[in-house]
Design a protein around this ligand. Structure first.
Ligand code: GCV
Length: 687
């Protein structure tokens, strides 16, 4: 059972059901399963059913491939059993897509039946997991009817893991994949990780850091056995494996002296490497590339552009049904801070927009949600939706690099919901980001989501127990971006902490409020970046101010913020479609939470609340600390209701958060008080 493992089961707890009524009600239904095991490519389907039912109901199901006259679960692909046509309406069969599924309960006086059906093994697996999770929280199975299709083709996880076991921007221990340049000997944990991902519908994984160092460069050739082993684990759970590659691999290998995408020798080199990869891993997904970004090599070195660089690899991958994902996180990271004309926010659009339609159709551009870099608050990247002839996926960051590093509670689903609901106006009103990444807006062939994951080998996987919810929620949103934050959160709480009204109400509020609470005591009004240089943790108001990274607030004793308007500013607002451009261009219409991202204002500027900008900064920071205190008190009220280990662990994180929030508040408020000399109207202690 899960409890004996050396790590937390997260939302896959599958504890024995205690309610005798439920056991009596469903034991007979779950003891017989109609299933043709030989027709399944994913053995996980029957294994999960077997293990799940044994854990939950102490039932060992009897598998059969004929329809019994008794209660039974009927599991099969559409068209597989002749009797399926009597159980599923033709419109139901038609409306399920390749990875969707249906769960349908059919009860008559004679017997109870539960049909789980799909068009593919992956769909069946998702259906089985959904059924088991449903049962595990003791939901009613009678009248159960779920027909779901994932909205996006790619629902991807990006690991920033290195072969030495370190994780770039990892806050939950070491890699669960690698140590000492080899695989970690922990096969069971890897399988459980694949299970966790599959339960929320993740179907693709990049297994190494986008900053590909020398050891990781070899995952495509000398160290291919590592890639192959991980691909085997993930394949069983319907997850396709991808690699981040070093664009200069031909040079790094010592075999060539160039990585020029137009050099025939280079092309041949990649052809041979890719052919071998597919020989070893026939369903290999493809490559993710960070090129010409933050000192990583790329085609620009050879006078070639991004489209030439990407297409060379994509062309080779195409014949194997592979995909090439090209990141758009490209900007000048050697900027002179004295230069006020260059605007990092403009970089991705300026570089990539011109290539719309120039990429092969198996190339996807991976675009971070904001134009800067996963700050607690940024506008949505104007590049998203702006390239109608190019596949795009949205890159989110589950790992909390700038959002409290899994010490602070910062539940990101509300932030991601805002991003997904953002209207780009690319094709008029209603051109939301979720339509862009669902391929609905421009009809692009490939589409979806990628996110940098937050897991490591900590007992609880994510550093903070409650950060597990960010991983869960990401998968749920990638599957269906329309589902509400509240619904996702309640589901996660029930699966993870059981069904209890008080626990649910406390945790729901803590989680749903936490992003805005974090924002309130950190960097104000869309500025971002007031963190310690390098580590990105803790307040350092000028940490990035005189640096080459293009990340400035430009505070003096009168004014703060960046003018990004087209009338006197950097002109970034121009990159948006008219409606958004107009909104951001003017102080009166710019959303206030982003006002200093777009405008340079005086500290005495009056906000809509009637408060001055400086007073708003003071107030939100004091309030933020108080909210963390309240959150902690709420958590403490659950003592005795939650197992001691998790209770104490979370309490310790909240205690650290309270202390660090106070640090943030004092540093930020003191900085601005000293800069401006303007006192807090409420006379609170500022240093
Ligand atoms: C993997 C930021 C992070 C880097 C990260 C980079 C990226 O700069 O601080 O650690 O590198 O983004 O997304 O490529």
């Amino acid at each position: 059972m899960n409890t004996a493992k050396s790590y937390d089961p997260c939302w896959l707890r599958f504890q024995p059901i205690k309610d005798k009524q439920i056991i009596d009600k469903y034991s007979s239904l779950c003891s017989k399963i109609v299933l043709d095991e030989n027709s399944l490519n994913l053995k996980a389907i029957s294994n999960e059913l077997n293990d799940g039912l044994k854990n939950l109901l102490s039932v060992t199901p009897d598998f059969t491939d004929t329809l019994p006259g008794s209660d039974a679960i009927i599991l099969g692909k559409i068209g597989q059993f002749s009797f399926m046509d009597d159980l599923l309406e033709s419109h139901e069969q038609e409306s399920i897509n390749t990875e969707g599924f249906i769960i349908k309960s059919i009860c008559s006086a004679a017997h109870k039946r539960l049909v789980i059906s799909a068009k593919s093994d992956k769909g069946l697996l998702y259906g089985v997991f959904r059924f088991l999770l449903h049962l595990s929280i003791e939901e009613n199975l009678e009248n159960l009817y779920i027909l779901e299709n994932p909205r996006s083709e790619l629902r991807m996880i990006n690991h920033w893991d290195n072969l030495d076991g370190s994780i770039e921007r990892g806050y939950a221990g070491k890699s669960i994949f690698y140590e000492n340049n080899n695989l970690v000997q922990n096969a069971e944990r890897l399988i459980d990780y694949a299970r966790l991902l599959a339960t929320v519908g993740i179907n693709s994984i990049v297994i190494n850091n986008v900053n590909v160092h020398s050891n990781e460069t070899e995952l495509i050739n000398q160290k291919i056995s590592i890639t192959k082993k991980l691909a085997e684990v993930f394949r069983e759970y319907g997850i396709r494996t991808f690699l981040s590659i070093n664009y200069a691999s031909p040079i790094q290998s010592g075999e060539l002296d160039s990585a020029d995408p137009c050099d025939l020798k280079v092309i041949k080199w990649w052809e041979s490497v890719i052919s071998n990869l597919y020989k070893e891993i026939p369903d290999f997904g493809g490559f993710l590339v960070k090129a010409d970004s933050e000192h990583r090599p790329g085609p620009l070195t050879y006078g070639r552009d991004h489209a030439q660089g990407a297409n060379m690899l994509a062309k080779i991958l195409k014949s194997y049904n592979g995909i090439l994902i090209w990141r758009c996180f490209v900007y000048n990271c050697k900027q002179d801070w004295r230069d006020v004309t260059t605007d990092r926010a403009k970089a991705a659009y300026e570089i990539y927009k011109q290539f719309d339609g120039a990429f092969l159709d198996n190339v996807i551009l991976q675009i971070k949600n904001g134009p800067m870099d996963f700050q607690v608050r940024e506008p949505v990247s104007p590049l998203l939706g702006a390239m109608p002839h190019t596949s795009q996926i949205l890159e989110l960051q589950i790992t909390q690099e700038y959002t409290g590093q899994q010490i602070h509670l910062c539940y990101l689903i509300p932030q991601w919901k805002e991003i997904l609901d953002f209207d780009t106006y690319a094709k008029g009103r209603g051109s939301t980001i979720k339509k862009v990444v669902g391929g609905l807006l421009h009809g692009t062939k490939l589409n979806g989501f990628a996110a940098v994951v937050n897991v490591g080998n900590d007992f609880n996987w994510t550093g903070h127990y409650l950060a597990q919810a960010n991983l869960y929620g990401y998968g749920k949103l990638a599957w269906n971006p329309d589902v509400s934050a509240e619904e996702i959160t309640k589901e996660w709480i029930r699966l993870t902490f059981g069904k209890d009204v008080e626990i649910e109400s406390v945790l729901l509020k803590m989680l749903l409020d936490s992003w805005l609470v974090y924002e309130s005591y950190t960097s104000p009004l869309g500025l971002g970046w007031m963190v310690t240089l390098g580590s990105h943790y803790g307040p350092s108001v000028d940490g990035y101010e005189y640096s080459p990274w293009g990340t400035y607030h430009r505070a003096d004793n009168k004014m703060i913020g960046i003018d990004r308007t087209s009338s006197g500013g950097t002109g970034f607002t121009k990159q948006y479609f008219k409606e958004n451009e107009n909104a951001y261009e003017y102080q009166t219409s710019c959303p206030e939470e982003l006002i200093l991202f777009f405008h340079r204002l005086s500290y005495t500027h009056k906000l809509k609340s009637g408060k001055t900008l400086i007073q708003h900064i003071y107030d939100t920071h004091f309030e933020g600390v108080q909210k963390v205190k309240d959150m902690k008190a709420k958590w403490e009220s659950l003592k005795g209701k939650i197992d001691e280990h998790r209770f104490e662990h979370i309490l310790a994180r909240l205690t650290a958060q309270e202390e660090h929030a106070k640090e943030w508040c004092d540093v930020i408020n003191s900085y601005f008080y000293r800069k401006t000399g303007i006192s807090d109207v409420n006379g609170r202690n500022i240093y």
